[in-house]
Design a protein. Structure first.
Length: 162
């Protein structure tokens, strides 16, 4: 949001390459307006290549270009920046955390402040975007180091009363 992307267009007449290629601002809501396209594109959650394919498809669908070849560069891949993981349940600071490549279940929960006084590291429910569910138990190192994907939901369950 508020970031810029650099778009490079090939496969069209050079005068149009010059008009379309350049820097574009992603607005505060995550939309970017691209020259000649009738509507802005929602760019958050897309990486550079996904956004480039989306722009190509829209140029074709709107009968603007037949064979556009788009390349997009984002500063620090800013397009990608908003990918998050939800950490919920019995943690000190529930809510979204930023996803990064290689994020583990233990790190994600640590970024949410760790379990609260009622939470249990033996009962962590991981729900994937696909809907699949896995129960993690941090007593097992393999579960602690379980790789987290964008849009995963981790929910720390309540521990037993001793």
């Amino acid at each position: 949001k508020g970031d810029t992307i650099k778009l490079n267009l090939k496969g069209v007449p050079s005068i149009e390459q010059t008009e379309v290629s350049g820097e574009y601002l992603i607005d505060h809501k995550g939309y970017v307006r691209i020259t000649y396209l009738p509507k802005p594109i929602y760019a958050l959650g897309m990486d550079s290549s996904q956004l480039a394919r989306e722009v190509e498809e829209l140029y074709k669908k709107n009968n603007i270009y037949t064979h556009p070849n788009i390349t997009i560069f984002a500063s620090g891949d800013s397009v990608n920046k908003e990918r998050t993981v939800q950490v919920l349940g019995m943690v000190r600071n529930p809510g979204p955390i930023a996803w990064k490549e290689g994020l583990t279940a233990f790190e994600a929960i640590s970024f949410a402040g760790g379990k609260n006084d009622f939470g249990s590291y033996k009962k962590i429910r991981l729900t994937r975007k696909s809907g699949s569910v896995k129960i993690l138990n941090f007593k097992k190192n393999t579960d602690k180091n379980y790789r987290i994907l964008p849009e995963d939901i981790l929910e720390v369950g309540q521990g037993g009363i001793f």
